[in-house]
Every structure is written in C-alpha cells, then in structure tokens.
Design a protein around this ligand. Structure first.
Ligand SMILES: NC(=O)c1ccc[n+]([C@@H]2O[C@H](COP(=O)([O-])OP(=O)(O)OC[C@H]3O[C@@H](n4cnc5c(N)ncnc54)[C@H](OP(=O)(O)O)[C@@H]3O)[C@@H](O)[C@H]2O)c1
Length: 301
C-alpha cells in the first residue's frame, strides 16, 4: 500500500487542493488570506458569502466536510464532489494556497492539526460557525498518517514508541469520532452520511504499513460499526471504505511487487476511491450503513 506521511508536502507552484498550477486559472474574486483555525485565536474567520443553489435545483447546495483534502484520495474527493455541485469544506495542516484558482476555496478551508486535541476542538467550533442553516450532509474522515522508522522501515509492534502510537491514533481514530460527535446535530439536521477511510492494513498484517497504523485502522473499522448503531436512529448513515494499493503521490518502495498478487493486476486510482465515497454520501446508498467497502482490486480475497 502507499504510505501516507505525517508531513505536509506540496510541489512548489502547484495547488495541493486542486492540482492546478499557478497561472492556470484565476479566481473570480481576489484570493483571500487563508482562514486559519488556531486554538488560541479569539476572532472567528470571516463568514462566507451566501451559497448559490445547486445547478438546476431549488435545493440549497449540499455541504461536505472533508479532512485530508490537500492531496491523494482527499484531493480526488474534493474534485468529485465539487463537480457534482457540493460545497466542500476542507481541512488539513496546509493553509489554503493563494495561487489556487478554485474560487470557493479559501473561505471553505480550515487549517487544523488533527494530531492536536485543542486544534481539533477549535476546528469543530469553526465548522459549526461556518455552516449555513446548521446542516452538514456529509463528513468524510480521510486524513490519515502512517509514519515510518529510520530509512523508511516498517514500525513494528515491538519498537514503535508509545508517543508515536498515540499520535497515529489521535489522527486516524480519535479525530474522526471527535468530528462526528462534535457535528452530530448538524449531521442529524441533514440526515447526513459519514464515511471513515480505513485500510486493507486494518484486516491483515501488511508489509509496509506499521503496527500503529494497522491497529488504528482496525479500530476505526470497529468504530464505524458502533457509530452506525448509534447514529442510525438519528437518520445518519456511517460507513467505511478500505483502500488497498492506491496510486497516491507517496508509494512505498516495493509496492510494484504487490501488484502481481492483486487480482486486477494494477494499482487503484484516487478517483476510483472518490467515486465510492461519493456513492456512500448520496441517495443511491440510502439503505447502506455499517458497511466497510473494500477498494483494492480484489487484494483481500
Ligand atoms: N493511498 C493508499 O494506498 C491508501 C491505502 C489504504 C488507506 N489509505 C487511507 O486513505 C486516506 C488518504 O490517504 P492518501 O494516500 O491520500 O494520503 P496522503 O496523500 O498522505 O494525504 C493525507 C492527507 O491527510 C492530511 N493530514 C495528515 N496529517 C494531518 C493532520 N495531523 N491534521 C490534518 N490533516 C492531516 C494531509 O494534509 P496536510 O499534509 O496538509 O496536513 C493530506 O491531505 C488515509 O486515511 C490513508 O490511511 C490510503
């Protein structure tokens, strides 16, 4: 599998949210400074302008809160939902880049470190502040980290430092439940949908994914079942997607050797994952909850 890192990374001059290069497009309005959530900041960010209605509809635009939007699967998910007319509120450690040509971006981005409890609490308050009408139609808990040892070695169950283990769990497991609980009223108001991004590593030992990462994803899969039971009576569906080897920017050396064992004999693409996330956030999956969908070309069989 690829190994999401725990460090911000973006190619210079390229918007990490849309992949567009500086100069490829210009926002209709001048880019605003990045809206930043800081646990110590007193003043809230400026409220966004009223949203347009969805194209061809009298309904207000639906809103998605997406963590880990700045690259990889999250980046593809932003584009998928945007194309369908959703408002996407993004979260990551990056500030929103000023060169980004995505017009609706800066005021819909929240800079947050999900490894930090206070920052996450502040971000939840900021999201609630920014939601018009108090309704959130989807929460996608996509941000994840999979740290490596020296020389990119796998961090195993014997050697992984407890602090590293806690940080991985804070981002991969506690942040998703903090966000879901903190936004439960808004999700209920919209009869919304939650998607937790787990991993094939949550169900079996993986050659590259570390022990902390794998156990955090297994816990997130179990949490998805618990959440489905508890949020279901509120009209909120909760599902997980478990990617296998997805072609994101950061693949572990040696991933190509795994491809020979995948029935479909190829890596998955971020867009293929984004399409399944979209399915789980829309009416098409109205009776699906408590599921974990494998997106791995048959790697789990
Ligand atoms: N790619 C795969 O093959 C694969 C396989 C199985 C599961 N997954 C799961 O799929 C999800 C996305 O993976 P990916 O490959 O797209 O990862 P990625 O390219 O490394 O992106 C990770 C995202 O998470 C954000 N992030 C990381 N740490 C954060 C923090 N402390 N606070 C806030 N945001 C943080 C990053 O943004 P910033 O750097 O700006 O903070 C980035 O947008 C993860 O949950 C991963 O475990 C991926």
């Amino acid at each position: 599998m690829s190994t999401p890192t725990d460090k911000p990374a973006a190619e210079p001059g390229v918007c990490p949210f849309t992949g567009a290069r500086a100069g490829e497009g210009v926002p209709e309005t001048p880019a605003a400074p990045a809206a930043t959530v800081d646990a110590t900041a007193a003043a809230p960010a400026a409220r966004p302008a009223p949203r347009p209605k969805a194209a061809g509809s009298n309904e207000p635009r639906k809103t998605l809160l997406l963590t880990g939007a700045s690259r990889g699967i999250g980046h593809a998910t932003v584009k998928r939902f945007e194309a369908a007319g959703w408002r996407v509120v993004t979260c990551s450690r990056h500030a929103f880049p000023e060169q980004c040509p995505w017009g609706a971006g800066p005021e819909d981005h929240i800079q947050v470190d999900l490894s930090d409890v206070d920052s996450t609490v502040a971000a939840i308050a900021e999201v609630r502040e920014r939601l018009e009408g108090g309704a959130l139609h989807a929460l996608v808990n996509n941000a994840g980290i999979s740290p490596k040892g020296p020389n990119r070695t796998r961090m195993n169950a014997i050697d992984t430092a407890l602090d590293d283990w806690k940080t991985v769990f804070q981002v991969n497991f506690f942040a998703p439940i903090m966000l879901a609980r903190g936004l439960a009223a808004e999700l209920t108001a919209a009869h919304g949908s939650i998607v937790n991004v787990t991993s094939i590593a949550g169900g079996r030992v993986h050659p590259f994914a570390g022990a902390a990462y794998a156990t955090s994803k297994a816990a997130l899969a179990a949490l998805t079942r618990e959440m489905a039971a508890d949020f279901g009576p509120l009209g909120v569906r909760v599902n997980a997607i478990a990617p296998g080897e997805i072609d994101t920017a950061i693949l572990s050396p040696g991933t190509e050797k795994l491809v020979a064992q995948i029935p479909l004999r190829r890596l998955g693409t971020p867009d293929e994952v984004a399409k399944t996330i979209y399915f789980l956030c829309t009416e098409t999956s109205a009776y699906v909850t408590g599921s974990e969908i494998h997106i791995n070309g048959g790697q789990h069989v």
